[in-house]
Design a protein around this ligand. Structure first.
Ligand code: TYD
Length: 135
């Protein structure tokens, strides 16, 4: 889907385990200004229900798995993150919903800017209006 893509990171495996390095602007197509993570999500919870006006993000499921519904005005896609060496890039004006977090799952998010509620579009009808200008 336009404005989303998977990013494969290095998975350095040896007898001591796995290591994945991530470097801002090298593996990630923006400068990382903020990092947050989502944990302990109860069964049946759906998060997200928003798009961003300008923010770029990369989501990485460090443990367990999570499903993500991605939408633009023309198409919809369902992806699953379950591998710590794979990131999901989500660009501006993509509607996302995250669900089916498995027990113990950890969803890491790398973001291109500091938290700013004004960058969120949380109303789906308004989202469609704005996104139709672009897609
Ligand atoms: P939100 O982005 O809506 O979470 P999700 O998309 O995963 O459902 O954020 C949930 C709450 O946390 C909301 O009140 C805003 C707040 N928040 C911050 O204060 N700082 C942050 O960096 C983020 C991402 C959210």
């Amino acid at each position: 889907m336009f404005n989303t893509t998977f990013i494969k990171f290095k998975d350095i495996k040896d007898k001591y385990g796995h290591l994945t390095p991530i470097e801002s602007k090298i593996n990630i197509p923006f400068e990382i200004k903020r990092v947050y993570y989502i944990t302990k999500v109860d069964d049946g919870v759906i998060r997200g229900f928003h798009a961003h006006k300008k923010l770029h993000q990369v989501l990485i499921c460090l443990n367990g798995s999570v499903k993500i519904k991605l939408k633009n005005p023309n198409s919809e896609e369902l992806v699953e993150l379950n591998e710590p060496s794979v990131g999901l890039y989500i660009g501006p004006l993509i509607w996302r919903e995250m669900f089916d977090f498995t027990e113990g799952s950890v969803l890491l998010v790398l973001a291109s800017d500091y938290y700013n509620e004004k960058d969120y579009i949380r109303n789906y009808d308004f989202y469609l209006e704005e996104a139709k200008k672009v897609f």
